[in-house]
Design a protein around this ligand. Structure first.
Ligand code: ZN
Length: 55
């Protein structure tokens, strides 16, 4: 039910998903605004230029 990206409630896909629990979660966490994979979802993560060195 919750989005794995923003940890908010994803839009209901069908009537069965419109439950009181979902409504409560939406009030608490808000509604997911991802609505599917964004165009630049495949953008690589931040590259670390300097490796952490142990002292
Ligand atoms: Zn989301």
């Amino acid at each position: 039910m919750l989005c794995l990206t923003c940890h908010r409630v994803r839009p209901a896909l069908n009537r069965a998903d419109y439950t009181a629990e979902r409504a409560w979660l939406i009030l608490r966490r808000g509604l997911c605004s991802c609505s599917g994979p964004p165009p630049q979802a495949t953008r690589p993560a931040v590259v670390r230029k300097h490796a952490r060195t142990a002292k």
